[in-house]
Write a protein that binds this ligand. Structure first.
Ligand code: NDP
Ligand SMILES: O=C1OC[C@@H](O)[C@H](O)[C@H]1O
Length: 429
């Protein structure tokens, strides 16, 4: 295997950006197409996240991911959390507000929805309440960024996206992976045909929860709160597969480990096959393959019972891409281009370091979850989209969210856990 220091890679690596440099940027993002933020990273790295337009955020929930998202906003001078709300206690909202310098702290989500100063609500409480909370925010005229999983069923997700469209509001699932420059780079390689036609994707995400959560008194293990590995970890590898294949899978074969007492899935695996949306085959003279575009397989697995390497590999007719661990929030990508002879590749790696933390972030306790500073990429992209009048982001569309939900529904159905009516009923309690 040859290691190549590709000129492009060197250029990108030396373009490691410092988010604390003053952004000279009135111009770059005024001109930037919100669909190509990666290009902005490459051409003007020091202002990649800093120069996004202003947006006033309301934070719905005061748990761990809400902490991390709010901390990440501190990297964006123009995106400001102006209000927060807790459903479990007003004291929790006060404590959260004090920690993050947010003056409006509400003891109910209704009050947050009525705050006229809030442009967009980050919905980061447990997902079993998605339908009622997002519906409330949309009905109050708020744009919404909704943590993954977007909802607890495809039906609920469709209902909420339709409502957002009817109200002409931005609404998106927080599939933050897609906004990492490393993933933007992957999409660029794919669209340039850098690995030929994609034929397979392998993606895993197992994180251990029994050492960090009170077992079993955590929402992760609660059937009533829609716990289970497929909803907490599953969206990432499913979305990784969908990033590479445009069609909906024609076959979904699932297996899972279900805890009979808890009634939730502790681990799962899925084999997906994707049909070809284009009937004509491509006669690729280099690979001597007759390959139908978009046809391939994905193998994904996820769980709560151990810690996996957490990588995504995308295999193409002319090479492969490795999204290094942690693949759901990656900073490193390797392209292995196929050379003559089996097993021979030429490899080039790109690093996209996370933004440095501000003192404010460090002094207020930093982050709970790995690489959460990268949530700033998502927040910045959304601010750009909203300013451009877009109702979703090109990085992760509503259509893709709906596909993820449909596949997760199917997983739960095949392992005997999907009771649509029961979940919907729970949502409304
Ligand atoms: N993108 C990412 O990297 C991550 C996303 N997530 C997603 O974010 C969501 C929340 O996860 P996380 O922050 O880790 O969860 P936490 O347990 O830290 O917080 C959950 C919040 O949900 C609300 N809640 C309401 N009822 C309950 C209940 N009975 N038990 C516990 N919480 C309750 C509370 O809201 P309140 O504060 O309003 O009272 C609480 O703060 C999940 O949907 C998860 O999938 C989680 C981790 C990382
Ligand atoms: O989305 C997530 O859910 C579970 C977490 O442990 C993980 O780090 C996170 O990104």
């Amino acid at each position: 295997m040859a290691e190549k220091n590709d000129a492009n890679a060197t250029e990108l690596m030396s373009a490691t950006f410092n988010p604390h440099e003053t952004a000279p940027l009135d111009v770059v993002f005024a001109q930037a197409d919100p669909s190509t933020p990666y290009a902005s990273y490459a051409s003007s790295p020091n202002s990649f996240i800093q120069s996004c337009p202003s947006l006033k955020w309301g934070i719905c929930g005061t748990g761990r991911i809400c902490n991390d998202f709010t901390q990440s906003l501190k990297l964006l001078p123009h995106s400001v959390p102006v209000a927060c709300a807790a459903m479990t206690s007003a004291a929790s909202a006060e404590k959260f507000g004090e920690k993050h310098g947010i003056s409006k702290c509400y003891g109910s989500y209704e009050e947050l929805s009525e705050d006229l100063n809030v442009d967009i609500v980050y919905v980061g409480n447990v997902h079993v309440f998605r339908r009622e909370v997002v519906e409330m925010m949309l009905n109050a005229g708020k744009h919404c960024l909704v943590e993954k999983p977007f909802a607890c069923s495809h039906a609920d997700a469709k209902f909420l996206f339709d409502l957002a469209a009817e109200k002409n509001l931005f609404c998106s699932e927080g599939m933050w992976t897609r906004y990492f420059p490393a993933v933007e780079r992957v999409r660029e390689i794919l669209s340039e045909g850098g690995i030929g036609e994609v034929v397979a994707v392998n993606s895993d995400f197992h994180f251990p929860t029994n050492d960090s959560e009170k077992y079993p008194d955590s929402p992760l293990y609660s059937k009533k709160l829609a716990g289970g590995a497929s909803r907490y970890a599953g969206p990432y590898p499913v979305a990784a597969a969908l990033c590479c294949f445009p069609a909906f899978p024609d076959k979904i074969a699932c297996a899972g480990v279900v805890d009979p007492d808890l009634g939730i899935d502790l681990a799962g695996s899925m084999s997906l096959s994707f049909p070809s949306p284009e009937i004509q085959a491509i006669d690729d003279s280099e690979t001597k393959l007759l390959q139908a575009k978009g046809r391939g397989v994905a193998s994904i697995n996820f769980g709560f019972m151990g810690e996996s390497e957490e990588e995504t590999t995308i295999v193409g007719t002319k090479g492969r891409i490795l999204i290094h661990s942690p693949a759901h929030c990656p900073t490193k990508v390797t392209l292995k281009s196929k050379m003559e002879g089996r097993g021979n590749t030429e490899s080039v790696t790109w690093d996209f370091p996370l933004p440095d933390l501000t003192e404010d972030i460090t002094n207020s306790g930093g982050f709970y979850y790995p690489n959460s500073a990268g949530l700033a990429y998502e927040a910045a992209a959304i601010a750009r989209c909203i300013e451009a009048g877009k109702l979703e982001t090109p990085q992760f569309t509503k259509e893709e969210s709906l596909k993820v939900m449909e596949i997760l529904d199917e997983f739960l159905r095949q392992v005997g856990l999907f009771e649509e009516e029961e979940i919907e009923e729970e949502n409304r309690k």
